[in-house]
Each structure stands twice: as C-alpha cells, then as structure tokens.
Ligand binder design. Structure first.
Ligand SMILES: *Cc1c(COP(=O)(O)O)cnc(C)c1O
Length: 353
C-alpha cells in the first residue's frame, strides 16, 4: 500500500521529466573578446524558473527512494526562495503539503509563486535561523525537512544522467572550443559547483572550475582557510547565493579557484547583460558573469583562446521591484557606477581595469 504510493509518486516525477526539454546554452556576442567565447547555460527556462528545478526533482526522488517521504508527509524546507518555489511545484505534483522557511527579506514574487503552487511560507528574521526553525517545524508536524544545504551534493547524479555538467559538455560539442577552459558558478548550497567539479574529474576533462562568492558569505574564507566553523552575521545581498555558514553541500576539493565578487559589480554586470541579450537575468547571474569576464580578461592578456561557460540561474522578472529598481539598488547595494563605467570601458578595450 505504502510502496504503491511511493511508486506512483516516482512515476509522476519521471513522467514530468519526460515531458521536459533541456535548457539552452546561449553564446554571448562580445565584440571586444576575439578567440574567447563566453556561454550562459540558461536555467531560467525550467517550469519553475530557475536551476533549483533540477535540485528539487533530485531531492524529492532521493527522499522518496530513501523512504523518508510517504503519502501525506508534510515537506518542510529552509530556503532563500528559489528552491522553495521548485519544491512547492513538486509537492503539488505529488499532493503533499509544503512549508517554506525563509528570511522575511525574500522577494515578494517568490513568495507569491510558492503560494501559487499551494505552498505556505513561514518567515524568520535572519537567514541563519532557517535551519533550526525548519527542523523544529518538521518535528512538530511529523514532517520531512528536505534540507537542501545538506543533501544537494548527494541527491544529484554527478557521474552523468543528464546532469547540468553532462548537458553543458554535450551542448558545447560543435563549438570552436568545445572543452571549456573554465566553468564559473556561484554557490548557494554549493551543490551545482559540486556536481560540475566532480563531473569534470570523473570525465578527466582539462576544464577548471572557478567559484565566485558574493560579499557577506563565508564560502571564500572557508575555501582559503579550511575552517568550516567560520560564520558571518550579515545575510547575503545577492539572492540565491552566499551563505552565513560553510554549507555541507559545498565541496572545496573540486574547486580550482575561488574569487570574491563585489555586490555592486554583480548588479552592474546583470544590467550589462540585459543590454547585450535583451533579457533580464537575476543578480547571481551577474556574479557569475563578472567572474567569467575577469577570467576572459586574464586569458586575453596571456594571448590565450578558449571558452568559458557559466550559468544564467534565474530570470530578472522576479526582481523588478528590487535589483531592477534603481532606488532600491542605491539603498540596499550602494553606488554601482564604478562598475558600470568599468564595463563600458571593457566594451571598448576587452579589459576590466
Ligand atoms: C541556488 C541558486 C544558486 C546557487 O546554486 P547552488 O547549486 O545552490 O550552489 C545561484 N543562483 C540562484 C538564483 C539560485 O537560486
């Protein structure tokens, strides 16, 4: 009886997957970079609008196959928003109650989307409180705490099985430089960079993985010091990435290089991308792309050619009243004009100086 519900639940997720298409790999047309091609894996086109669609599918399958989720089990998750939107979608697909525990600063659009999929939202003051509160709610409701920050790295099949890394390498096959010199990714759970890094090693590719951390996040410090107890008090100002603790799903051993990107640079690059492709992306895409542009400039200085792949993690439509509102940006992030000027200069010179 119980097994038959689980079987049906897994079949529903598999059928949903069968109906889905892969995401596009967009080649950027950057005139000032010759011989260095930059690509964006467009994760905004998943049914729930972000790369977290992949994670939510994997987490539900992992929980079902572990016997953690049964008929009517309430699902609880700690999330800065995107994961909760995608999990609410899958919870509805399976007819399970869903509660997202998130910081009260979360984008209104995301809250509306979670509620649209029948989920409910439970707010805490600070992003560091989401973990304990999620566990407490799960205990109280006899529910299952999905815990993306612990399980993201292990719920995804890193060897292949159409994971994001597998898809990137296949979509690159007919490009001038099919094996990327770099793949760049920013860490939220750290799960995507773990999958990409492990896949690169397993396939014995020469590609290097660069992880780009925003301000107000400990991943960069953890990577360089090895101290997994490091914390920070202020929450990240770039939604979806940057954490106040070294999340268990972040695997430093598969990362070749890590850099810090200023939040103002992330926003300026997000705007720069809109001018380039005519589409709005979220702020973490700005972080990724600024990191990719920095690497491209280094390659150009050394007269190297090659390709760099990074991710368009979600669309900017979710952030019209925040990151696309100049007053909000001036108040919350500060002056971004220095980076706007730098990117204008880059268009001419192909250098970020
Ligand atoms: C989660 C997320 C990331 C980071 O991905 P992880 O696999 O969790 O490290 C980047 N951008 C956005 C918008 C996200 O939601």
């Amino acid at each position: 009886m119980e097994r038959s519900w689980v079987n049906q639940a897994i079949a529903k997720i598999e059928a949903d997957y069968q109906r889905s298409a892969d995401t596009h790999l967009i080649k950027l047309d950057i005139a000032c970079l010759t011989g260095i091609d930059i690509y964006l894996k467009d994760e905004s086109t998943h049914p729930t609008g972000s790369l977290k669609h992949r994670l939510a599918r994997s987490l539900f399958l992992y929980a079902l196959c572990n016997g953690w989720v049964k008929q009517d089990t309430p699902i609880i998750e700690s999330s800065s928003g995107s994961t909760a939107v995608s999990e609410a979608y899958f919870a509805r697909l399976l007819g399970l109650p869903f509660i997202a525990v998130m910081p009260k600063s979360t984008a209104k659009k995301k809250i509306q989307q979670i509620e649209f999929y029948g989920g409910s939202c439970h707010f805490v003051e600070h992003s560091s409180e989401i973990y304990a509160e999620s566990q407490r709610l799960a205990d109280e409701l006899s529910g299952h705490y999905m815990d993306q920050f612990t399980y993201a790295e292990r719920a995804t099949d890193w060897r292949g099985n159409n994971n994001i890394a597998n898809s990137i390498f296949e979509q690159m096959q007919r490009e001038p430089h099919p094996v990327p010199t770099w793949i760049v990714m920013s860490p939220g759970t750290g799960g995507t960079s773990a999958t990409i890094g492990r896949y690169i090693r397993y396939q014995r590719e020469m590609t290097k993985l660069c992880v780009v951390d925003p301000e107000h996040s400990v991943f960069f410090d953890y990577f360089h010091s090895g101290d997994d107890q490091v914390t920070c008090t202020q929450g990240s100002r770039i939604e979806g990435i940057g954490r106040p603790r070294a999340e268990p799903s972040f695997i430093p051993g598969v990362v070749d290089n890590m850099v810090k990107v200023k939040d103002a640079a992330s926003i300026a690059t997000m705007n720069w991308l809109e001018a380039l492709i005519g589409r709005k992306a979220g702020p973490s895409t700005g972080t990724n792309l600024y990191g990719a542009l920095q690497l491209a400039c280094e390659m150009k200085k050394k007269n190297q050619t090659g390709s760099i792949v990074t991710l368009l993690c979600d669309s900017g439509e979710r952030y019209l009243d925040t990151y696309y509102n100049t007053d909000w940006v001036a108040q919350q992030i500060g002056d971004i004009s220095q980076y706007e000027a730098q990117l204008m200069q880059f268009n001419q010179s192909g250098q970020l100086t």
